[in-house]
Design a protein around this ligand. Sequence first.
Ligand SMILES: [Zn+2]
Length: 373
Amino acid sequence: MRVTEGGIDLEVPGEQTEGVEESVFYNPRQELNRDLTIATLRTFREREERAESYLDAMTASGVRGIRAAADGWDVTCCDLEADAVDLARENLERNDLADEARVEHRNVNALMHDEMFDVIDLDPYGTPMPFADAAFARCRDLLCVTATDTAPLCGAHFNSGVRSYSAVPQNTDYHPEMGVRILVSALARSGARFDVGVEPILTHATSHYVRTYLELDRKASAADAALEHLGHIYHCEDCLYRETEHGQVADPLESCPHCGGNRLLTAGPVWLGPVQDTEFVAAVRSAIPDAFGTAEKARELCETLEAEVDEPTHYDQHKLCKNWGLPANAMDEFLDDLREAGYAASPAHYGGTTFKTDASVGEIRAATEGSLE
Ligand SMILES: [Zn+2]
C-alpha cells in the first residue's frame, strides 16, 4: 500500500484485516506522534545547534528516520528484522534520501554500544526499558521515548508494570498520568546510573501510548537533581483523595485524611516534577506546518499542554460527580467555579472530562457543588 506522510512517499506491504488495509511496518495511528517528533526536532535544533545525528532505533518502514533525513538530520535507521531493513532502504531511495541516511541491520543495543548519537529515538512495540541503559550511555542531548504498554504502566497489569519499570504503578482514575509518571521515573533512574540527568521538555499520553522527550545533562549533579523529583502518590480508593510526597522512601498514610477510609494505595517511585517545558512546547506548536497531516490536532494538543496545571495527577469530573451522587455540569462552568474559588484549574490533555487543579478533592467539591444540583 502507498502512504504519504509529512511530504514523504512510502510503500509498505499491507494486509487486508476486516476490510481495512494495515501494515506491521507502518502504524497510521502514530502519525500525530511522528508529526510532533519532527516539530520537536526542529525546535530542539534551535536550542542545541550542535545536535546533528539522529538514531531511529526501531525504524520499521523507515518513516520517522526518513522524515528526519528530509529535515537535514544525519540519520541512522536501525532494525533487527531483515524485511524492515530492506523496506527502509527502498523507502529512502524512493525519496532520493539514500545518501542522507544509513540503515543498520543490527541489535540496536549493540549499535548504541559502538556509537554515540546526539538524539536517540526509542519507539518500540511495548516497553522501551530494555533499550534505556544503552541509550543513556550513548545519547548526548535528547532522548525521545515511546511506551505502548499502557496497561502495565498504569497498574492494570500490575506484575508486568513492576517488572518493566522497577516501580509500583497503581490502577487509579488517572490511568494515563500514572503511566507518564511511572515511565519518566524509570527513565530518570536509568539515566542516573550513567550520571545523566533528565529534564522532560514535552510529554503526552493517550490510551495507546506515552511519549516523552528528555533533554539530557551528562553530569552526576544533574542526575542527583533529577532524582530529587521522585516520590510517591498516596491515593484513597473510596473518595479519590490523593497526596504526594517527595523522597526515595515511602511513608504511606494509614487512613485517608479526607474520608477516614483505609482503602489506600501507594504508587511509586513516580516522577513528581514538571513533564513539560511550557516555552519549548509553545515553540514546537509554532514549528508545526499546515502541511502536516495532523497539524490541527498536534497544535491543539500543544496548546492544552501549555495551559495544563503542573500537578502529578489529574481528576475526571464525571467520576468525581458519580462518587458524590451528583449530576455533572458543563466542564467550562465546573472549572470556572474552581478558579473563582481561587484555585488553578485547566482541562487535561487526556481528553474527555479530565482536568487538573491544585485543589484537593474536598476543596473541589466545596467549590463546585453549588452548581451541580
Ligand atoms: Zn478517602
